[in-house]
Design a protein around this ligand. Structure first.
Ligand code: HEC
Ligand code: HEC
Ligand code: HEC
Ligand code: HEC
Ligand code: HEC
Length: 481
């Protein structure tokens, strides 16, 4: 039998054997899923909108899977039927005559060819769409709901809210995409079997070097100069009296050949600083190695930091952006800072007596879950003013309600009892709020053998222009107020 005769025979056999329910089911699934997908794309073209994460899972993941399963079932049915017939000895020696020159058979063949082409286009489009969807922030943040919803809320409330999770967590390139998706599969099993860690541990050990993520958008060596930082905090007195601090931060950068200031000293091309942490969270730092201007390596060793149990053999780490900017987007606040911001933004009015003190107390209370807090926090605010200041409560009911809502939002953005994520779980390293941050190295206790230490004077990093003043004169001088 020649090659063409053989293939013709096979073709006939396929026609004959496709008369089975598995193949027919495959055809139905493929056609159904295909049409639904195309229909959803038309809907989206007509009216672009972001889809709900669960709808997204069905559209971008389940439908393409049904489509593929359908496609696989078609030949599987044919092969199974052939196998069965063969076993029963019913397979005709000569396949039933199918005249390939007959017009209706040719039509069928054309149809199969066209359908295959359409399938390829459909699969391609679905893959591109699915990949895009799986990289979207809503997918990462909301699909599994509980685990990352707090990160998602803090992210939407940050300067990076229009930068996708994937742009920092995955970065460009196929390899990292595949690696992230494999990790994602593991996480899905974690959620299904309910055995993921709470809270999600930080730092993220597998985070790509900042050079390949942050530096796709920022080029910090190019920032130079200083930055004025104005911070207003509120007191715990009845009026929640404001006090303002004004700092000039020496951000620095590369100016000509010299590297200056905060960015320049840590980040210039000489890759100056590596360190060994004292614990897996990198909250303490045992040893810092610095390449000084003459190219000499200088070792600063801490007299105080002893390695945490199990952390004796931590590897040295090259310092990069996230060693200071560890919270560039999902930055969790402490209760007093969260309340300062609500008051600053006018969401929690200082016209309410003891606004700051009361709000912090309510935030710090224990709540069994995010859902419970969402109900109990507004109630607690209302109950306080109703009993302690009935007149304020009746005259300024709208302010009380707004305050309750704002405080609820602040809680949901920072705390998740379900995830054991609470105040201070993930500290921010950008300053020295709780003694950590920059002071993990700049504390005067990391010294060289010959007694030099990492600079720790208050004017190393900033000039304090005003500290906790009611109405700092410097702001008027600068024309800011
Ligand atoms: C601007 C960059 C950036 C973006 C955008 C970003 N992250 Fe992160 N994320 C980080 C960094 C940096 C860390 C690690 C901090 C560390 O290693 O100390 C981190 C850590 C995490 C962690 C570990 C727990 C924690 O809070 O530290 C989770 C979970 C997480 N990110 C989820 C998300 C989700 C979900 C989104 C999108 C909604 C997102 N991230 C967007 C930079 C980013
Ligand atoms: C896809 C681009 C992109 C990536 C990736 C990115 N950023 Fe940004 N970042 C931005 C944009 C845009 C802004 C300005 C937002 C604004 O001013 O509203 C910004 C702002 C910032 C700011 C200033 C925030 C403030 O409070 O004003 C810091 C700090 C920062 N980014 C650090 C980082 C770090 C660290 C990383 C890596 C972990 C990173 N960024 C990754 C685009 C990016
Ligand atoms: C040694 C700590 C440190 C390192 C490392 C560091 N930064 Fe910064 N960066 C700071 C501090 C401190 C500020 C000012 C924070 C503030 O405004 O409160 C800052 C500010 C910024 C800003 C805002 C600038 C502005 O004018 O508002 C951007 C953007 C930024 N950093 C990006 C980066 C990127 C990208 C990297 C890594 C390549 C990086 N930083 C590495 C400490 C650091
Ligand atoms: C891992 C350790 C480490 C951390 C964390 C760190 N630094 Fe540094 N920093 C160094 C070392 C080492 C030097 C160089 C030695 C020196 O200048 O004393 C340095 C130098 C500097 C200088 C230059 C001082 C000068 O006058 O030359 C500034 C400014 C600075 N750091 C600011 C910061 C700020 C702000 C932070 C926190 C956001 C920070 N550093 C976090 C290790 C660190
Ligand atoms: C290694 C660098 C460094 C050193 C040394 C340092 N600071 Fe700071 N400090 C910072 C940075 C960075 C910020 C801004 C943090 C931020 O953006 O929230 C800051 C913020 C502050 C603030 C404002 C806090 C707020 O949010 O209201 C005060 C006050 C302050 N520093 C006081 C001091 C004093 C006093 C000293 C000396 C004992 C000192 N700092 C030493 C880096 C440093």
């Amino acid at each position: 039998m020649g090659w063409s005769e053989k293939s013709r025979n096979l073709g006939r056999l396929a026609f004959f054997a496709s008369d089975n329910w598995i193949t027919i089911l495959g055809i139905i699934l493929t056609t159904g899923a295909g049409f639904t997908q195309v229909w959803s794309w038309f809907l989206e073209l007509a009216q672009p909108h972001t889809v709900h994460p669960y709808v997204g899972i069905v559209l971008f993941m389940v439908l393409p899977m049904i489509f593929i399963v359908g496609l696989l079932l078609i030949p599987a049915g044919i092969l199974l039927r052939r196998h069965k017939l063969q076993k029963e000895g019913k397979l005709p020696k000569e396949s039933p005559k199918v005249d390939l020159s007959a017009p209706h058979i040719r039509k069928v063949l054309w149809f199969v060819a066209a359908a295959t082409l359409v399938n390829i286009v459909l699969m391609g489009t679905a893959t591109v769409r699915g990949v895009g969807y799986m990289d979207s922030s809503r997918f990462c943040g909301l699909t599994c709901h509980t685990p990352m919803v707090t990160e998602y809320r803090a992210f939407t409330d940050s300067p990076h809210s229009r930068v996708g999770c994937a742009q920092c967590h995955i970065g460009p390139g196929t390899e990292s995409f595949m690696r992230a998706k494999l990790a994602g599969v593991r996480q899905v099993f974690g959620v299904v079997f309910n055995n993921y860690s709470r809270p999600i541990p930080s730092p993220v050990v597998s985070l790509r070097p900042a050079r390949e993520t942050c530096e796709e958008c920022h080029w910090p060596q190019k920032f130079s100069g200083d930055k004025i930082l104005v911070r207003t905090h509120y007191g715990e007195d009845a009026e929640s009296t404001p006090s303002t601090t004004v700092l000039m931060l020496k951000i620095g950068g590369m100016t000509g050949a010299a590297s200056t200031g905060i960015h320049g000293r840590h980040l210039d091309a000489k890759s100056r600083i590596t360190y060994v942490a004292g614990d897996p969270q990198r909250q303490t730092i045992r040893q810092v190695t610095y390449r000084d201007d003459k190219g000499q390596m200088v070792d600063f060793v801490s007299a105080d930091v002893k390695p945490a149990p199990g952390s004796e053999n931590m590897e040295a780490r090259q310092m990069d952006c996230v060693d200071c900017h560890n919270r560039p987007t999902h930055a969790f606040e402490m209760p007093d800072i969260a309340v300062d911001r609500l008051i600053n933004d006018g969401r929690y009015s200082r016209e309410l007596p003891f606004a700051k003190k009361q709000a912090v107390a309510i935030l710090k209370a224990d709540y069994p879950s995010q859902d419970a807090a969402a109900v109990q926090i507004p109630q607690a605010v209302a109950a306080y003013y109703q009993s302690a200041y009935p007149e304020v409560f009746s005259k300024k009911r709208d302010l009380v309600d707004a305050a309750g809502n704002a405080l609820k939002d602040a809680y949901l953005r920072n705390v998740s009892p379900e995830m054991k994520l609470t105040w201070g779980t993930h500290p921010n390293h950008i300053g020295h709020q709780d003694g950590g941050g920059c002071f993990r190295c700049h504390d005067g206790s990391h010294t060289t053998k010959d007694g030099r230490s990492i600079k720790a004077d208050c004017d190393t990093c900033h000039v304090i222009l005003a500290q906790d003043e009611r109405d700092p004169k410097i702001l008027k001088d600068l024309g800011i107020k």
